[in-house]
Write a protein that binds this ligand. Structure first.
Ligand code: RNT
Ligand code: ZN
Length: 429
């Protein structure tokens, strides 16, 4: 097999100097753009490492309107393997990283208990994660897990008409917020606690209002628990449909846009949760006007499914450009959300994370002031011409410099170490 070798430091530096001069003529400071780009924390989804299986002894996602497909060898089977894999992936991804957990990655055995029901989870069940977070300086984010559970088998959790089911999940939601707060306190920066529920129906419901009323009230109960704002950021995530919830999802976009605006919490926009040709870039400025901020799940919908590995696509670049043009970095949390079990899972992490950092850097390099000036002057043909010319500025030379300075492999050079890790570690599982 080919051993890739992309270039050497001198080439990267020489190409960068030319690129820097080209951008400078248009008013962009490439050094500053690199610095800002590496400082943006990317919240990397732990669940790509094990196909959203978790540590409860289950067999992966079920009953949740989401589906991981594939059986590529090497899935992480416990906390140690997942943390080890993540650390290795991080060594190939430039810039600041966070790690995003789900509640079913709890390790109660570390506290002597064999298992704990989700409504009884406590911060201490995440003490391995917190120790790791401290040691590696990787802050954590959190998600209550309202799927892959017998009490979610009816397709409804917080919106369930059965009070016992609903109350179980409300207790879970409250427990999750306490855990997220503890993570936040441990790391000294808020942990995002993102609520996504699969609640919906495969076929046409006769009553669309009652589940939504119950969902609203259940969320209100969960969010009523007092927490320290410096330790937790609450977010709610919408979805159009899922597998088995094709006809109706209670937590639709309109539901959560309304909810997040009125209750003043963050709205999570997942790129794969809209109609197949609907994109989210244009939603950002509107949602920022009426909510305190956003959480974006970078993902890729493909035909009827979401959650494919995020790529440096037009959709992704548009979203990044919007965040940067709105100067909204402080109000937008940036996370990845996909799970592909058909390819090397570490490569999936690296491909998506590098693509996202790359799109953010490109957005930061844009000479936006020139576009705004053309627009103000009514010269829309100049605005369009500039946009088109900016697409082929020597951006890749700046990206390579970012990777070099961040101490991660440049270009295709990360493929060799990933292959080596597969042979050394993954293939032995
Ligand atoms: C599901 C949502 C949700 C999950 C993760 C595992 O459609 O996108 O964010 O992917 O919580
Ligand atoms: Zn998502």
């Amino acid at each position: 097999m080919k051993v890739y070798a992309y270039g050497n430091k001198e080439q990267v530096h020489a190409a960068y100097e030319l690129a820097k001069a080209a951008y400078a003529k248009l008013g962009t400071d490439t050094d500053a753009a690199i610095q800002t780009a590496v400082d943006i924390p990317l919240s990397i989804q732990c669940w790509q490492g094990d196909d959203v299986t978790g540590f409860e002894g289950g067999e992966g996602i079920s009953g949740g309107g989401i589906l991981a497909t594939g059986n590529y060898p090497g899935r992480a089977r416990n906390g140690e393997e997942l943390r080890g894999d993540a650390e290795f992936a991080f060594s190939l991804i430039p810039g600041k990283k966070r790690f995003n957990l789900h509640s079913f990655y709890a390790e109660p055995s570390g506290t002597g208990a064999q298992s704990v029901t989700r409504d009884q989870l406590e911060p201490e069940h995440f003490k391995n994660w917190m120790a790791w977070s401290k040691e590696k300086a990787i802050p954590l984010d959190f998600n209550p897990s309202f799927f892959s559970h017998p009490k979610a088998d009816s397709g409804y959790t917080l919106a369930s008409a059965d009070p016992q089911i609903r109350e179980f999940w409300i207790r879970h939601g409250k427990a999750s917020r306490r855990i997220a707060s503890a993570l936040g306190a441990n790391q000294g920066s808020p942990a995002v606690n993102n609520i996504w529920v699969p609640d919906g129906s495969k076929d046409l419901p006769a009553d669309r209002m009652s589940p939504r009323l119950r969902l609203r009230d259940a969320l209100d109960e969960i969010l009523a628990v007092k927490t320290e704002p410096r330790s937790i950021t609450d977010a709610v995530e919408s979805k159009l449909f899922g597998i088995g919830s094709e006809a109706f999802v209670a937590g639709s976009h309109e539901f959560y846009l309304g909810y997040a605006s009125v209750r003043q919490i963050r709205l999570c926009l997942d790129m794969g949760h809209f109609h197949p040709t609907e994109t989210i870039a244009d939603k950002i400025s509107s949602a920022l006007l009426f909510t305190p901020g956003l959480l974006i799940h970078f993902s890729r919908g493909l035909r009827w499914d979401s959650d494919h590995v995020a790529l440096y696509s037009d959709d992704q670049r548009d979203v990044c450009r919007e965040i940067i043009r709105q100067k909204a970095l402080s109000r937008v949390d940036i996370a990845l959300d996909y799970f592909d079990a058909s390819i090397n899972r570490i490569a999936a992490w690296v491909i998506g994370s590098r693509s996202l950092r790359k799109s953010l850097l490109e957005a930061l390099l844009e000479p936006t002031a020139l576009l705004i000036e053309a627009e103000k002057n009514g010269k829309n043909h100049e605005r369009l011409a500039l946009m088109e010319e900016f697409k082929t500025l020597p951006f890749s030379a700046v990206w390579d410099k970012l990777c070099l300075d961040a101490g991660v492999p440049v270009g295709v050079d990360w493929i060799n170490p990933a292959r080596d890790y597969e042979a050394r570690v993954l293939s032995k599982r």
